[in-house]
Design a protein around this ligand. Structure first.
Ligand SMILES: NC(=O)c1ccc[n+]([C@@H]2O[C@H](COP(=O)([O-])OP(=O)(O)OC[C@H]3O[C@@H](n4cnc5c(N)ncnc54)[C@H](OP(=O)(O)O)[C@@H]3O)[C@@H](O)[C@H]2O)c1
Length: 368
């Protein structure tokens, strides 16, 4: 007899996770979901989920209060055993995406947390697939074409996020002979391609915001740097399909714009300059900026601009990337589902409009 689908999702309260939950519920109407969610002092795990799961879907959603850094993910022995006995698929999206965590902090969540979810999956007799959400930036400081079957080729990393996500993916790959694993590697995830809506103003939104507000104009990078950006609707739709696709088992899949759909820093900056009606950015060689200009500016700037200079360190060398993500496997696996990433320049205006309409996330808008 066919077993009823029960999908365990971690990271469901996150930017991608919440969208993925909605996609899974819509796409697989027979499936139920089990969400592993951290409670907060002011809000239970159940209340957190009620905030983003539409009421009509709630009967199909079970919520488990847990934390991937705790033994048995913080689940009671009974819940752990019951869940492992009934789960048919796992999608592991929980991670810290902060660039400023120490290696120890990032490892606890990204590596050890992944290990605990893999251990859990190993106790699930009916498991059909284990989908791990990685990142294309495990490629670190590589240049040139990065293939989907590659992982550790001796690259360096810009931050503990990239480093620990690479370690976590290596761990996931090491279990490939015993678990039905699918690895997806998105690039930079941005808002919805049709509405521009985003719940996360991290990553590329921060530099856009300070630029739009005329707080900063100098970009330590090169105009020809490649920005590989994908909308959250594409990443969620692709993940929800690949998690159920036997052809994807054993594959690592770049959910990236690739050469066809990515854009250069100059293309994006030019459009942003027109849209926000601010002067075009000035490009400065990153080595010159970080080696000479930044130390000087730190001596002379105070207040908001000094904070920008400080926070901007996290973006060091993201604006001079010469890396292109190969998407051959993604194209082969997603073509039968009719999915491909839209070109960034086709929906960039919608992203920018949402930024201004929502005052960079401060206001609720009709689109939400
Ligand atoms: N955003 C991007 O541009 C991007 C690009 C490529 C890949 N990815 C990958 O996509 C995945 C989701 O990223 P995101 O952008 O959705 O990040 P996010 O918005 O920061 O969400 C992270 C999720 O992980 C959960 N989490 C963190 N630590 C946890 C712990 N100890 N135990 C249980 N849950 C924990 C968070 O729960 P709380 O709500 O309790 O904090 C949240 O639900 C990550 O694996 C990330 O590496 C993201």
């Amino acid at each position: 007899m066919h077993r009823a689908e029960l999908i365990l999702v971690t990271g469901s309260t996150g930017f991608l996770g919440a969208r993925l939950v909605t996609e899974l519920l819509e796409l697989h109407p027979e499936a139920s979901l089990a969400l592993l969610v951290r409670g907060r002092p002011e809000q239970s795990a159940l209340d957190r989920v009620a905030a983003f799961v539409p009421a009509r879907h709630r009967p199909r959603v079970q919520v488990f209060s847990g934390d991937v850094t705790l033994p048995d993910c913080g689940l009671s022995q009974e819940d752990y055993r019951r869940l492992a006995a009934s789960v048919t698929r796992v999608i592991h999206s929980a991670a810290t995406v902060r660039f400023d965590h120490t290696l120890e902090e990032a490892s606890q969540i990204n590596v050890e947390g992944t290990r605990r979810i893999l251990d859990f999956a190993a106790h699930a007799p009916d498991l059909q697939s284990f989908t791990y959400i990685g990142t294309a930036y495990v490629a670190g400081d590589r240049t040139g074409l990065v293939r989907e079957d590659e992982l550790d080729v001796g690259q360096g990393f810009r931050n503990t996020y990239e480093q620990t996500k690479c370690q976590a993916e290596a761990l996931v790959r090491s279990r490939q002979s015993s678990l039905p694993i699918v690895i997806v590697r998105p690039s930079i995830i941005v808002g919805d391609s049709r509405t521009g809506v985003t719940t996360s103003f991290k990553m590329m939104y921060w530099p856009l915001k300070i630029y739009a507000r005329r707080l900063w104009r100098t970009v330590p990078g090169s105009p020809g740097a490649i920005l590989d950006i994908v909308p959250v609707d594409y990443v969620a739709a692709a993940t929800a399909r690949l998690a159920f696709d036997p052809a994807a088992l054993g594959a690592a899949v770049h959910l990236c714009a690739g050469s066809r759909s990515s854009a250069t820093l100059h293309q994006i900056a030019t459009r942003a300059s027109e849209y926000f009606r601010v002067p075009a950015p000035r490009y400065v060689n990153p080595a010159l900026f970080f080696g000479a200009l930044r130390p000087l500016l730190l001596l002379t700037l105070w207040g908001r601009r000094r904070r920008i200079l400080h926070d901007g360190r996290a973006y060091r060398s993201y604006f001079s990337m010469r890396m292109q993500f190969d998407v051959s496997i993604a194209e082969r696996l997603l073509a039968p589902h009719g999915l491909q990433p839209p070109p960034v320049m086709d929906y960039l205006d919608r992203l920018l409009r949402y930024c201004t309409d929502s005052d960079w996330g401060r206001k609720q808008t009709a689109a939400l």
